[in-house]
Design a protein around this ligand. Sequence first.
Ligand SMILES: [Zn+2]
Length: 408
Amino acid sequence: MTLHQTLPRVSRITATALFAAAFTALTACAQSPNTSAAQPERGGYSPSITEADLRKRLFIFADDSMQGRSAGSAGHDKALAYIVGELTRLGITPRGEDGYFQRVPIVRGNSGDTLWSRNVIAVIQGSDPMLRAEYVAIGAHSDHVGFARRAVDHDSLRAFNQAAWAASGRDANARITPAMRAAVVVNVDSLRALRPARLDSINNGADDDGSGSMALLEIAERFATAAVKPRRSILLVWHTAEELGLNGSEWFNDHPTVNRDQIVAQINIDMIGRGTAADVKEGGEDYLTVLGPKRLSSQYDQWVRDVNARQSRPFALDYQFDADGHPQQFYCRSDHYHYARYGIPIAFFFTSIHEDYHQITDEPQYIAYPKYTRITQYLFDLASFVAQQPERPVVDQPKPDPNGRCRQ
Ligand SMILES: [Zn+2]
């Protein structure tokens, strides 16, 4: 999920500055990111969608050694190598321009310099000789926002952000004011009684969007190992540079590696690892937000609800952020938008923002794994259902102007 252009929420700059001042002694020995940690693993995963697999994958993908996965960085490339290694091991068909990769140029605002990064694209071939020319696309974003130049104490920053977030009522629609932030008091002595300060400079992006990227990999594995494939093909896209402005999804849709008109629907997974009662005021084990399906297709929206209703434990789907003109603008802040721009029905799944959103504290130990696993299973079921239908979902709403601006 990209930052809002005009309504930043928890301010990293403010919080970091505050802690930099409070922990001068700590920051004096700030370190560059640790590059010595986990090597990508191969094998050892279950063909099913399991909590153990998701946990194992996310701890690798959001490891400090990936250096916050800033698009085009060495850490991001290492994270892509993990995904591609798994796709290769599973024998999944590449559908980029150079194997699994599609190069994406990103022109930087001020300098005009071009940064190069890569989408990862693969296909699970459908079983129906006619319908396999059509695709159900599933996407997530592989990049995040990199690392900070100065390290701060992880536990102190998290305690501060938790207190500030609680003061806002854990409400995505509320704003944390400077006065609320100024009123937050963190008892550092009690934190230090638990353990020594732990310097941290890496935005691990476990929820954003490690959760979506690893759900997509687990879904890919489930399709790849199934004895019978669905009728339509499944298109898997790990977009790059979502955090820089949805560049990877924009490029893919402007330069598709499959016939774009044959993409019958898209599922976007961006941040599905949180949304507990501790994270958001509406939160809980069944809390899941949805944006977008009814904007183009009432039928696709109905399928999203029907497949959910048939889960052994259905989610309480929350459409509040899909409202026209919603101030958080979430509809315009993730990759599905560039599919919808071309008239492709999309469904965006999201467990809302939280105190660790775009913070160095977005780490895999804070993910709600049982719920994350249930959401991943549901999205696999939804993709399977759409891929199996005799007809593609009917587009019964006006298509947007592909060259227009996104309207929430
Ligand atoms: Zn984000």
